[in-house]
Design a protein around this ligand. Structure first.
Ligand code: FES
Length: 332
C-alpha cells in the first residue's frame, strides 16, 4: 500500500459512528429522497463499534458469543450485497472502483467533501444524477473503512446490482407512500383496514398483510413462506422477521423502515429505553427514526422495511472493550 493510501486509511479509520451520523446528516440534502432513509439504515446496520469490537478482540468468536450475535454480522462477507436496498446500489461496481482509486490518492479533507467529490465523478461516469450516487458513495467509504483497502480494491463480483428493480426513484418513493385500496366501501372501514408490509422491496411478492394497528411481527407470522431456509434466524412459521420475545426484551426484531413514519406508531417508552441496552446505532428516540423494533411497531398503512442481516446485543460491550476498540485521535 502506498504512503498516501495508508495515510488515507488511517484518516478514514478515525471516524466513529457519531462522526458518520454527522456526515450522513450533512449529505442528506444532496441525496435523492429514495436513498435518504436507506443510507441512514445502512450505517445503523453496519456500525463501526461492532467492527472495532471484533477487530480488537483476541477471540472474535468468543466476543460474538458474548454479544449474542446471530446472522451475518461481518461486512467482509457481504461487501457487494449489504447495500442492495439502496437505489444507488445499481452503480456499486463503479462506486467500489472509484472509492478504491480515491483512497490510493489519499486526502485528509473533510470526509463529506470527499464523498461529494467522488459521487460527482461517478455520476459523470455513469451518466446519472449525483443525487443517486451520494448515499451509495458514502456507503462505499464506510465499507472500505471496515473491510480494508486490499479487499475493497478487488473488483465487484458479478451480480444484477439493482438492474431488475425496474422503477424510477420517484416511482419507488411514490410506491412507499401509497396504501392498498380498501374497496368501494373502504370509507366504512376502521380497524379492519388491511395493508401490506414489504420486506424486500426489489423482489415482487415479498410482502405480507397487516391489519390496521396490528404490530408488524404478529402480522409477519401469517406469512407461511419458507423463510428459515433463507435466514437461519427465522423460525419456521414465524415469517420473514427474526423474533424471539415480542416484548422489546431481546432486540432480535430490529428493522429499517423506508416508508414514511406517519404509517407506523411512534416508538413507545419501552422501545426507547431498551434501545440503549441493545446498543444498536441509529435510534435516539426521535419519532422519524428509520430503525425500529418490529414487535413494537404498529402499522397504519403500507410499510416498507429492510431486515438487517444480523442481530445481537452490542450494549454488552464493556468499558474495557470499548476503550480498546475506540482508536486514537477519533473524529466525532
Ligand atoms: S422480538 Fe424481541 S425485541 Fe422484538
Amino acid at each position: 500500500m502506498s504512503d498516501s493510501a495508508s495515510a488515507f486509511v488511517s484518516f478514514l479509520d478515525r471516524h466513529d459512528d457519531a462522526a458518520w451520523a454527522a456526515i450522513v446528516s450533512e449529505l442528506t440534502p444532496s441525496m435523492h429522497e429514495v436513498d435518504r432513509r436507506a443510507t441512514r439504515i445502512w450505517f445503523a446496520f453496519h456500525p463501526v463499534k461492532l467492527h472495532r469490537a471484533l477487530a480488537a478482540s483476541a477471540d472474535p468468536e468468543e466476543t460474538a458469543k458474548r454479544l449474542i450475535l446471530k446472522g451475518s454480522y461481518r461486512l467482509t462477507d457481504q461487501i457487494d450485497t449489504s447495500a442492495e436496498f439502496l437505489y444507488g446500489h445499481r452503480y456499486w461496481p463503479e462506486v467500489r472502483r472509484q472509492v478504491a482509486e480515491h483512497a490510493g490518492r489519499g486526502s485528509e479533507a473533510p470526509l463529506s467533501d470527499q464523498i461529494k467529490e467522488v459521487a460527482g465523478r461517478i455520476a459523470a461516469k455513469v451518466k446519472a444524477d449525483t443525487s443517486f450516487l451520494t448515499g451509495i458513495t458514502a456507503v462505499g467509504f464506510g465499507t472500505l473503512q471496515q473491510v480494508g483497502l486490499e479487499l475493497f480494491s478487488q473488483p465487484a463480483g458479478k451480480g444484477s446490482y439493482g438492474r431488475t428493480w425496474n422503477k424510477t426513484p420517484d416511482q419507488i418513493v411514490a410506491d412507499r407512500a401509497k396504501d392498498d385500496g380498501q374497496g368501494i366501501f373502504g370509507f366504512l372501514k376502521t380497524v379492519d383496514k388491511e395493508f401490506s408490509v414489504r420486506f424486500n422491496e426489489q423482489t415482487p411478492g415479498s410482502s405480507f398483510k397487516v391489519v390496521n394497528m396490528q404490530d408488524v411481527t404478529t402480522a409477519a407470522a401469517e406469512d407461511k413462506g419458507d423463510h428459515s431456509n433463507l435466514d437461519s434466524r427465522c423460525r419456521p412459521g414465524e415469517g420473514p422477521i427474526p423474533v424471539e420475545c415480542r416484548t422489546a426484551a431481546c432486540g432480535t426484531c430490529w428493522v429499517g423502515v423506508l416508508s414514511p413514519t406517519e404509517k407506523i406508531s411512534p416508538p413507545n417508552d419501552r422501545e426507547i429505553n431498551r434501545w440503549v441496552y441493545f446498543g444498536y446505532e441509529g435510534f435516539t428516540g426521535e419519532s422519524d427514526s428509520p430503525i425500529r423494533l418490529a414487535c413494537q411497531m404498529k402499522a397504519y398503512g403500507n410499510v416498507t422495511i429492510v431486515i438487517p442481516p444480523w442481530n445481537g446485543q452490542l450494549g454488552k460491550l464493556d468499558r474495557k472493550e470499548k476503550s480498546a476498540s475506540a482508536g486514537a485521535g477519533e473524529i466525532n
